[in-house]
Design a protein around this ligand. Structure first.
Ligand code: ADP
Ligand code: MG
Length: 324
């Protein structure tokens, strides 16, 4: 079972940033409004993710570390329309098999928090407010071959920050902070309300992104709605790693979406290559399969032509519209 867990872990956890992604997913699923990530040595020595979400009841703490234990769906039918980031019940079990994991959590109904040591299974009362802290130490300590593939701390840190940035662009109403070696390296304050998304885009992508981009809003009331902002290309801003696509709030890397966006840029602006954009696709959950890959970063659309057209039109209309 240990071996099976470690093999599964290889699919979910490639590097510290993969752990950060899974833990922040869990914090968001728990309804957190503030998420703090603390790292040592690019996340290899320590990743701690603290949230103010609903917490895990004492009796469920050991269950959370079991393989295929998820509190989020209970039937195959629910998988068709999963609304949470997690649903496979794999992440904590996988991480626990390749690192030293500890949970500290308190629900609002409990008079104290509880601490669970993932190795020994020791469960004891502890102190903290409502919410959960997951601590992951010495990633890949038992798989030195894997550990050798990691890059410098600076590179791993950059990947961890990128993982949080992707979440931050999806959830402006949640505040995020990232600490490395005791120093605050990124902070995005909660941006509630209607203007929240643009504010978060400005905070994450730079103040000038709003001026150098146009609003995208297409397909309201239809099968596929596309919103967000499309950068007006300029050489300084065009960067290969600044294309953000979301499907129903989930960050995805998807060729259908990037191809559709690129086609729109080519049509309207003739051959601009790597414009910065953030596109948010909303689609009936039964028309998209998010259970394609353990990391859930890939999706499969039931009708990819429909999605391609919607995104292409959305970006074309935005770029072609006269600017105020
Ligand atoms: P999944 O997210 O797919 O359900 P995970 O292995 O990531 O699986 O987490 C297992 C379970 O642990 C979750 O279903 C949830 O019940 C609980 N859990 C994990 N992290 C948190 C958190 N930060 N707050 C509340 N519950 C959590
Ligand atoms: Mg999860």
């Amino acid at each position: 079972d240990e071996l099976i867990s470690q093999i599964a872990a290889g699919e979910v956890v490639e590097r510290p940033a993969s752990v950060v992604r899974e833990l922040v997913d869990n914090a968001l699923d728990a309804g957190a409004t503030q998420i703090t990530v603390r790292l040592l040595a690019g996340g290899v020595r320590l990743i701690s993710v603290e949230d103010d979400g609903g917490g895990i009841p004492r009796e469920e703490l050991p269950v959370a570390l079991k393989r295929h234990a998820t509190s989020k769906i209970s039937s195959l039918q629910e998988l068709e329309s999963v609304g949470t980031m997690g649903f496979r019940g794999e992440a904590l079990a996988a991480i626990n098999s390749i690192a030293e994991l500890a949970l500290l959590s308190r629900t609002s109904g409990q008079s104290s928090a509880f601490f669970l040591d993932g190795r020994s299974g020791e469960l004891k009362p502890a102190a903290r407010g409502t919410g959960t802290t997951v601590e992951v130490k010495e990633l890949f300590f038992s798989t030195p071959a894997r550990r050798k593939f990691l890059k410098t701390d600076a590179t791993e840190l950059a990947h961890c920050i990128e993982a949080v940035r992707r979440h931050a662009l999806a959830r402006p109403e949640v505040g995020f902070a990232i600490w490395h070696e005791g120093k605050l390296v990124e902070q995005w304050r909660a941006c509630p309300g209607e203007a929240g998304r643009d504010q978060r885009l400005a905070d994450v992508l730079g103040e000038d992104f709003i001026e150098q981009s146009v609003a995208v809003d297409h397909g309201a009331g239809g099968a596929v709605r596309v919103t967000g902002r499309a950068g007006i290309p300029d050489a300084a801003r065009s960067r290969a790693d600044q294309q953000f696509c979301y499907v129903n709030g989930r960050y995805v890397r998807d060729k259908v979406l990037t191809h559709a966006a690129r086609s729109a840029y080519e049509d309207v602006l003739h051959g601009q290559r790597q414009p910065v954009y953030a596109l948010y696709v909303e689609i009936d959950p039964t028309r998209v399969d998010v259970n394609v890959h353990p990391t859930k970063i890939e999706v499969r659309f039931r009708d990819s032509r429909e999605v391609h057209q919607a995104v292409r039109h959305a970006v074309e209309n935005a770029l072609a519209a006269p600017r105020a």
